[in-house]
Design a protein around this ligand. Structure first.
Ligand code: HEM
Length: 146
């Protein structure tokens, strides 16, 4: 396969995956509602709230817009998110392993309430779990339990 064919094949695969996610009911409107609801719960959480608010301060609108781009890039393959999550989380002095499990519990709760289908819920839960595990290992070392 030459490089143009490889590029076209990769593009077709991305399109298939995003069609699949749309078939599960994941679209921009749902992601927007999911992210807004999730971070309201984060802000109200006794342990997670202060960690986020200390770091984000007045910049919540910027953070929410970034997280919507992030999840759209994952589920809908829009490729609009540019960021370095590993570095961001390695630099979070106040983070503890417990925060990663709390984050994932909230994510699961909000998905269970809002997801348009079981496939959408399970897909977004799995993506967050695998990324959360990688971020926690990056921040605390490979032996961390979250
Ligand atoms: C467990 C799964 C998690 C996922 C999938 C996740 C994902 C992300 C992503 C994609 C960003 C944007 C990074 C960037 O582009 O700079 C971000 C930012 C951030 N995350 Fe997480 N995160 C997780 C857990 C956590 C936890 C447990 C904490 C706190 C203890 C946390 C605190 C933050 C903060 C404060 C920011 C904003 C940093 C800044 O912009 O200065 N995250 N997260």
């Amino acid at each position: 396969m030459d490089s143009l064919e490889a590029f076209k094949a990769a593009q077709a695969k991305r399109a298939d995956l995003s069609e699949e996610a749309r078939g599960w009911g994941i679209d921009e409107e749902f992601i927007s509602r999911l992210v807004d609801t999730f971070y309201l719960r984060i802000q109200a959480h006794p342990d997670l709230g202060p960690v986020f608010n200390d770091r984000i301060g007045e910049n919540w609108p910027v953070h929410l817009a970034k997280m919507k781009r992030f999840w759209e890039s994952i589920a809908l393959r829009t490729a609009l998110y540019e960021g370095k999550p590993m570095e961001t989380h390695k630099g979070l002095e106040a983070a503890r392993p417990m925060h990663f499990s709390q984050w994932l519990v909230l994510w699961e709760d909000v998905l269970t309430e809002l997801a348009p289908s079981d496939d959408a819920r399970n897909y977004l839960l799995e993506r967050a779990r695998s990324m959360g595990t990688r971020l926690a290992k990056g921040r605390f070392g490979n032996d961390v339990e979250i």
